[in-house]
Design a protein. Sequence first.
Length: 309
Amino acid sequence: MRILVTGGAGFIGSHLIDKLIAQEHEVLCLDNFYTGDKRNITKWLNQPNFELIRHDVTEPIRLEIDQIYHLACPASPVHYQFNPIKTLKTSMLGTMNMLGLAKRVKARILMASTSEVYGDPEVHPQSEEYWGHVNCTGIRSCYDEGKRVAETLCFDYHREHQVDIRVARIFNTYGPRMLENDGRVVSNFVVQALKGIPLTIYGDGSQTRSFCYVSDLVEGLMRLMNGDYIGPVNLGNPGEYTILELAQKIQSLVNPSAELVYKPLPQDDPKQRKPDISKAQKYLNWQPTILLDQGLDLTISDFKARLAK
Ligand code: NAD
Ligand code: UDP
């Protein structure tokens, strides 16, 4: 198949492309390199079944393809809050353009939504039936509301124009290739521990997250794309940890003498997050296989190698 991956030079997108190339698909990687890195895809540049397109999804584009994995959007709060209006445009106009493309060429489109559609959830764990608790004027809303609109667009294009959609609600995912300055918690703690500087815990560290290793997530995305269930479906690892527990784990794995420092909790930071993955188990026969300790080991080795260069 000819498969378009928007955001393909980014963290998840590049891991997905590795899998698609291994399956001998023809892959078109589209990226504007906002948070993407050419090094994530350099190894495929001379491969005849790989094509790189520098393009911004907020502008329309005409391509002939069979499937679209629509991942283009900054995912770290640091990067999506840097230019919040652009983040909204990326989710709204970008998703509309990709749905228009899917409609024109009758391609199937999978949109990478997020657990952030649940906001600061009052229901725990979060199942797909929960409508969420999002502050629509806060600093996270450019991302949260952008993704909520992106989901609405998918379902309206599906109802009105029969576009063949798949919607994945991705929970916190980590692994090799996260940017050193990504700003998300796993990469921050690993880089800080490796550099021997204090690990920055925002708030008192009692807030929780559930961390999914990237290869598990990619497997879930591909099962969703190639199955019959359109979603929305949660993809994440139900293992739940406080941020303090995560810091202590990384501290003990990398550098037991690394200090922990406490910084202010950002506005609207969700207090708890854990996916109910019964739908993914039932409809995709999917569940994560990599334990946090294993995934952290792989991530730490990758950062160690990159920081040594
Ligand atoms: P990332 O920042 O590494 O990748 C995003 C990619 O999209 C980058 O390569 C970036 O350059 C590109 N991009 C951004 N805006 C663009 C635009 N306007 N036009 C073209 N390209 C653009 O993030 P990631 O972690 O790989 O996330 C990928 C997708 O998964 C995102 O849509 C994100 O919202 C979603 N997601 C990720 C997580 C996670 O924990 N990693 C959780 C929930 C949802
Ligand atoms: N966090 C932290 N220290 C950091 C980066 C993040 O304590 O250096 C916290 C952050 O406040 C949040 C959690 O870790 O409670 C996860 O943050 P991240 O940005 O990775 O993802 P998100 O908040 O979008 O789930």
